[in-house]
Design a protein around this ligand. Sequence first.
Ligand SMILES: Cc1cc2nc3c(=O)[nH]c(=O)nc-3n(C[C@H](O)[C@H](O)[C@H](O)COP(=O)(O)OP(=O)(O)OC[C@H]3O[C@@H](n4cnc5c(N)ncnc54)[C@H](O)[C@@H]3O)c2cc1C
Length: 368
Amino acid sequence: MNIAIIGAGPIGNYAGSLLANAGHSVSIYENHAQVGLPIQCTGILTSDFDEFKFPLDSFLVNTINTIDVDTPHQHLSVRQKDYIVCRKRFDNFFADLARNAGATIFLSHCFLRREGRHLIIKDSVKDEEKSITPDLVIAADGPLSPTAKAYGFYHPERKNYYGVQAIVEGNFEPHTIKTYFGRDVCPGLFAWVAPESASTARVGVATLKNSHHYFEKFMREHHFTAREIQAGAIPLYHPRQALQKDNCYLVGDASGYVKATTLGGLVPGLQQAKVLADCILHHKNYEEELGKVRRRMWLHWKLQGIFDQFNDQDWDRLVTYTRRVQTVLEKHTRDNPFPIVVKALLKEPRFLYFTKYLWGKKGVKTNF
Ligand SMILES: Cc1cc2nc3c(=O)[nH]c(=O)nc-3n(C[C@H](O)[C@H](O)[C@H](O)COP(=O)(O)OP(=O)(O)OC[C@H]3O[C@@H](n4cnc5c(N)ncnc54)[C@H](O)[C@@H]3O)c2cc1C
């Protein structure tokens, strides 16, 4: 089968490697001139990444053992193993996987539009358009997915966060990610300081509105000076986003499969790519087979609908209750929130206090 993948991000390349390995003819089209640039990501992976058994050495920057949570009046340190990777090297690792499996990556090739079964791609080096007619199309072209839009199934209610981060110098606990919560810090989400080492960190915020305002305020208050600034859109999961239409499948950020509570999309996207390749190879139903990953995305989205309405007292209260269930948090990764939520509720029924937000506050838009 002739398969065209739009987008040579890690998810498109990983799907491409699996399909090319199985003998399909895979062409990957990427509008940038290089894989992995510009960087628009903090590069934090949970230890669920271990399930893929990829060698880490070519892209690992740092290993984390603790996540600090700071709310306006509370502090909590949770032991969690995470990885911090270099996105340029990470993306190139997956590009090499795809190429070594036989896929071709066309750089500086931008998907422009669809004309029936034909896709029009612009080669920006030769400054010419060409028409391709693949049997199957995989849209792995990020949160704004021009391909999903061209196929007419990008859900109109989808929203994107905007993340802004800086590389800064300073003195950091080298194996601790710090997170800061509060309506004045980063409404609905958190600001982060993720160390590359004891002297360099990736510092950022992500919000639906006014990201630059919260970013600059955070930078000022922490006396950080940016060595480099990176920014980009991050999709908020939408439960009614269809994942397949005609001969086109969505995967990764194009499908909105990002944990809504943390905006981590790499591990779920790779899990999704594996399921997609298996479905194409064995004629299975993609949406059905994605059940486990989809349920996790759904729960993150529901929780985010609650957090989105939190005031500063709620964040403090959440930390106070969480102290009683800290071991639960330390046993599971946030990629699978179900055991965390169930065990936390059983051990600390006061979490039920937050169910009042299930129905939303007057005038506040919720996910429910
Ligand atoms: C500031 C920030 C911080 C983040 N931090 C984390 C984190 O710490 N951990 C984590 O797990 N996730 C994080 N994310 C999210 C993560 O970056 C994404 O989930 C991940 O990149 C998704 O990979 P992907 O391959 O689906 O899409 P992408 O990496 O976006 O790749 C899509 C590719 O498609 C290409 N493309 C787009 N349009 C076209 C077109 N018309 N024609 C051809 N090619 C096209 C793009 O150039 C791009 O290379 C962060 C995001 C941001 C913005």
